[in-house]
Design a protein around this ligand. Structure first.
Ligand code: DSN
Length: 424
């Protein structure tokens, strides 16, 4: 049967079909990407996309909120239960907006914020120089110890004492080890700062009890909903009751108009999915797969920042292999292995052509891959690195990758049904 999209817009239909085939036929190692369930996908593409709901449940600026109020209350309650938080705001369009709202709730423009330097694993919105967060606020960045690659809490404390920031941000996008939110909480208290914890990458590990939660220590916790948490693309804030009013005001009307109700609805679905023993088993396997990938890469002589990983991601420092990160990422992409080039701490190379490669295991784990496949993927990466200028070999590896992908199709309940009932 011809779908509405196929009928009305065959060009876009075909492009979506091609993207679905690309996602199925390649190994997804970008640590911030995953595959959402069909239930989440259905909620995302539901009629909730048609509804404006400015304001909050029981206090909206448009009528017709009989259902949206119930959905948003459900999403908030599920998030609060899952994370053990006093208050949840599920309206941020993304993690970036969620971070901005957290700062707006706790500080005034011109105040000092202190976050992790982007080139050491922080996020743009943690006050990096090209982000507006460094224009609205005075920004001070802490770094990891370049010898160990690890957060140096004594150095962070000393920097906080020197600059007395209004907000300290804990959290990262490319840090392969556990983050001690309790120590961050102590440092914030010592200098009279608020603590914002950005758990975008590790939220799924936190709800599964595999990473210490920042909720008891942070004033505001910010996250995306789509990485290890495996929901739709969106953002979320959790906070203590004292900050609830300010956080809500910062999101709406401070930064946003109407929430994207279809996304918010899908977030509610994802929160229910994450509140299961199956999800805990999934998160455990993410970690096992990351360990297996890391150990095999080490055997092949890859240099991993911090020497390994405690979480879902790893960062290869390619300087000992004399291959730029971008060159390897592009060669891997030709071999159907999708990763991203990344700076490594103390990187002498520029961010657009850095020395590192960032890998993660959330998506391959959703496909059902286990340690043996993670090791096989490490071998593919090694072979691509060894044959970096040999297109014939790279194409051959690509065929083997496709074979592996065919053994681990994206689970049926994780994809929209393919055309004509066949598999792409
Ligand atoms: N783009 C995200 C990541 O890949 O880590 C952060 O915003």
């Amino acid at each position: 049967m011809q779908t509405a999209l196929e009928h009305y817009d065959p060009q876009i239909y075909e492009l979506i079909r091609q993207e679905q085939a690309r996602q199925s036929g390649s190994i997804r190692l970008i640590p911030s990407e995953n595959y959402v369930s069909r239930a989440v996908m259905m909620a995302t593409s539901s009629c909730l996309t048609n509804k404006y709901a400015e304001g909050y449940p029981d206090k909206r600026y448009y009528e017709g909120q009989q259902v949206t109020d119930l959905i948003e209350k459900l999403a908030r309650d599920r998030a609060k239960k899952l994370f053990g938080a006093d208050h949840a705001n599920v309206q941020p369009y993304s993690g970036s907006v969620a971070n901005l709202a957290a700062y707006a709730a706790l500080a005034a423009p011109g105040d000092t914020i202190m976050g992790m330097s982007l080139d050491h694993g922080g996020h743009l919105t943690h006050g990096w120089k090209v982000s507006l967060t460094s224009k609205f606020y005075q920004s001070v960045s802490y770094r990891v110890n370049t010898d160990t690659g690890l957060l140096d809490y004594d150095a962070i404390r000393a920097l906080a004492k020197e600059h007395r920031p209004k907000i300290i941000i804990s959290g990262a996008t490319a840090y392969p080890r556990l983050i001690d939110f309790e120590i961050f909480g102590d440092i914030a208290k010592e200098v009279g700062a608020y603590l914002v914890s950005d758990i975008a990458h590790i939220a799924g590990l936190v709800v599964a009890g595999l990473h210490k939660s920042p909720v008891p220590y942070a004033d505001v916790v910010s996250t995306t909903t789509h990485k290890t948490l495996r929901g739709p693309r969106g953002g979320m804030l959790l906070c203590k009751a004292d900050h609830a009013k300010q956080v809500d005001k910062a999101v709406f009307p401070g930064l946003q108009g109407g929430p994207h109700m279809h996304t918010l609805t899908a977030i509610a679905v994802a929160m229910a999915e994450a509140d299961t023993t199956e999800f805990v088993a999934y998160a455990e396997q993410i970690l096992k797969n990351a360990q297996a990938l890391a150990n095999k890469l080490l055997e092949y002589g890859f240099d991993l920042v911090t020497g390994g990983t405690d979480n879902h991601l790893l960062l290869i420092d390619l300087r000992n292999k004399d291959i730029p990160g971008k060159k390897l990422a592009k060669a891997l992409d030709r071999a159907r292995i999708v990763s991203n080039y990344n700076t490594v701490p103390g990187d002498p190379a520029p961010p657009f052509n850095p020395s590192g490669l960032r890998l993660g295991t959330p998506a391959i784990t959703t496909r059902g891959m286990k340690e043996a496949e993670a090791e096989q993927i490490a071998t593919f990466i090694h072979r691509v690195a060894e044959n970096i200028d040999n297109e014939t070999e790279i194409a051959k590896i690509g065929k083997e990758v496709l074979l592996l992908c065919s053994r681990f199709p994206v689970p049926e309940h994780f994809i929209i049904p393919p055309k004509d009932g066949g598999r792409d």
